[in-house]
Design a protein around this ligand. Structure first.
Ligand code: MG
Length: 258
């Protein structure tokens, strides 16, 4: 098998969340939101409790609504966009300008703070770095990362923190592209960015769930399911059968060399 490219999913394929649970995710987001509000208080954009409560409630409503919508439409709604919405809704733009703050810089800062607790939790699996390192030594093999995440910066920060960012030829998130896996367009786009259009049958998509396997399969990629111990509630069943199964990321090295 002459493999020309490997596309990895991020969460629970290369990196994992210690003691994962929905409650733990939610706790990270809640702490992140509190911290974002505190930041706005410190720079005097929010200066009374009732406005802070209003900010929080509009943010949570918008986040929940966008979350549901994204799962139906495959559209991604960025965290930056949610903060923009809340700032607009509370008519804070003029206050931001009066304080000589750039609106785009501010939403980026807020999104970074919001995801900072989550960012700290993601750690690589024991063999992730070794596997990426080995793959990067193979001539003419393109390596890419494709993640469904609403904040591109967080993914890049984590890859840099663990010194693996430079090992990827392409890093793409749904936040950057606007659509989420399993939408075929995001897979076609990453293959194009890797310069491998037309060679889909010589590329692997490696991920831990339905969106990775079914989406990759739809555009003709060979797919590898990296099985994870923790099952999320209401996970979609994979109804195709021609994919590889691995239980540990370094097993991809054997598949490449087959
Ligand atoms: Mg995943």
């Amino acid at each position: 098998m002459s493999i020309k490219g490997v596309v990895f999913d991020f969460g629970f394929t290369l990196f994992y969340f210690k003691d994962v649970s929905l409650e733990k995710y939610l706790a990270c987001y809640n702490k992140g939101l509190e911290e974002s509000i505190k930041f706005l208080r410190n720079i005097r954009i929010l200066n009374d409790k009732s406005r802070e409560m209003e900010f929080k409630s509009i943010f949570i409503d918008r986040r929940n609504q966008r979350f549901k919508e994204s799962r139906i439409t495959n559209l991604e709604f960025t965290t930056l966009g949610i903060f923009e919405h809340v700032l607009d809704k509370l008519d804070l733009s003029s206050k931001i300008i009066d304080n000589l703050i750039d609106f785009k810089d501010l939403t980026k800062k807020l999104a970074d703070i919001y995801h900072s607790y989550e960012e700290r939790e993601w750690i690589p699996f024991p063999k992730t770095i070794y596997t990426l390192d080995q793959l990067s030594k193979i001539n003419d093999l393109k390596i890419a990362l494709l993640s469904n995440h609403p904040h591109h910066n967080m993914i890049v920060n984590i890859l840099k923190k663990h010194h693996v960012y430079h090992l990827f030829d392409v890093v793409l998130t749904s936040a950057k592209f606007g659509k989420r896996k399993p939408d075929p367009s995001i897979f076609l786009h990453i293959i194009k960015k890797m310069g491998l259009t037309g060679q889909e049958q010589n590329c692997f998509m490696c991920g831990d769930e339905h969106a990775d396997i079914v989406g990759g399969h739809a555009i003709g990629l060979k797919t590898i399911l990296c099985e994870r111990a923790y099952k999320f509630p209401s996970e979609k069943e994979i109804k195709i059968s021609d994919y590889f199964n691995i239980s540990e990321i370094s097993e991809i090295l054997d598949l490449i060399h087959e």
